[in-house]
Design a protein around this ligand. Structure first.
Ligand code: KG4
Ligand code: ZN
Length: 367
């Protein structure tokens, strides 16, 4: 879908849903092509690492300290003042409620002070549009959203129009990476550390459960894999053994993601003409090279084009929030200053109510 707005829209995006304080300025051209004028991400990883995970109160306090300088830096890098932007987009959920409230309240303040419209953005919609940043990726597309708190297959027809095809029945893929990494003694965040450990490992040495692979439907399950991997990890001390297990875990996660996605492609292809058959992966786990490669192979084999965000836009950032906000602004979707922060906010609310399959173990810590 292209922007019906006649002139470009420049939006300041703010992201504070978990452990990254981020701000970005994105310009959405009249043709629907976006340009990232700045993208500043202040990671709090060092503050949370001693605890082995994100501590909500620590995150909220850090956002309070960082959001103003980070937003100022984003405007400065874009060489723009607040008066020169067309709107403020802030993540309004899902995420850690205290953390979300910091960015949303700050965004409301800026919007009010500058007399600009506010767009309250669903963080997941941000991930959903992230592959459209500086890329020519039109709607509609089939989307695999794989982050620390979510693992879903969705059909995205246009701005804010998402239909869920499947979801995880237990852990999210990123959560599985993080928990298994922890049982291998790797530091937080586990996904990237596990990917590094897996390099050169023999992925065929340890047999792991093939949950749901080859079965009907588009749902996911990672709990069996998590338990099996944790059991195998016990007592493994040699670096070569740990490397082989990491490689096996990564391959098993990639295999399940690809298998479920290929089922979704077949369902999607039955309803969409060949020129609309586009497959997109987004979210932190999309940064994993083995996952990306496996998904790309599956897409090509099923007659789908393949797209993924640039690596810096896979994990949490504010450019994706600014773009989601700009796309909403372009079609007149704005929010009032009474917009609320939401710890939970499914993308496809109707499907989530009718069939609440996703009961995540880590409630709202990572969205
Ligand atoms: O999208 P994101 O930054 O935050 C959420 O919204 O959840 O995703 C973070 C998740 C974490 O679970 C992290 O371990 C995982 O993405 N992740 C990775 C990689 N980079 C980040 N998992 C596997 N391999 C990676 N290279
Ligand atoms: Zn995220």
């Amino acid at each position: 879908m292209t922007s019906p707005s006649a002139s470009p829209l420049t939006v300041l995006g703010l992201e504070t849903s978990c452990d990254e304080t981020a701000a970005s300025v994105v310009r959405l051209g009249a043709g629907g092509r976006s340009q990232v004028l700045s993208s500043v991400v202040a990671s709090q990883i060092a503050q949370h690492a001693p605890f082995g995970g994100v501590v909500p109160e620590v995150a909220a306090r850090a956002h309070v300290e960082l959001i103003e300088p980070v937003a100022r830096e984003a405007l400065q890098q874009a060489s723009l003042s607040l008066s020169q932007i067309d709107g403020v987009a802030a993540t309004a959920g899902p995420g850690l409620i205290g953390a979300v409230m910091v960015g949303l309240s700050f965004g409301k303040g800026l919007a009010l002070a500058a007399g600009k419209p506010l767009v309250a953005v669903n963080h997941l919609e941000g991930h959903a549009v992230s592959a459209r940043l500086e890329a020519d990726l039109p709607y509609p597309f089939l989307l695999l959203l794989v982050s620390g708190g979510h693992c879903q297959l969705l059909a995205m027809a246009g701005v804010g129009q998402l239909t869920r095809l499947g979801s995880t029945m237990d852990d999210a893929a990123g959560e599985a990476f993080d928990k298994i990494a922890k049982s291998l003694g790797l530091p937080y965040p586990g996904g990237p550390a596990l990917e590094r450990l897996a390099e050169g490992g023999d992925w065929e040495r340890f047999p792991l459960p093939r949950a749901l692979v080859g079965q009907r439907g588009c749902n996911f399950s990672f709990s069996g894999l998590k338990t099996a991997a944790a059991r195998l990890a016990e007592g493994l001390t040699a670096e070569a053994d740990r490397r082989d297990l990491a490689a096996a875990v990564q391959a098993a996660i990639a295999r399940q993601l690809a298998d479920r996605s290929e089922h979704a492609m077949q369902l999607y292809a039955a309803q969409h003409p060949p020129q609309h058959r586009r497959f997109v992966v987004a979210g932190g786990v999309a940064a994993n090279r083995a996952v990306r490669a496996r998904l790309e192979g599956g897409a090509v084999a099923n007659g789908f084009s393949f797209a993924a965000p640039a690596l810096k836009y896979c994990t949490d950032n504010a450019a994706m929030i600014a773009l989601a906000g700009a796309e909403r602004l372009a079609v007149g979707l704005v929010d009032g200053l009474d917009a609320v922060a939401r710890p939970r906010w499914p993308l496809d609310e109707a499907a989530a109510l009718a069939n609440p399959v996703h009961v995540p173990g880590r409630k709202g810590a990572k969205a």
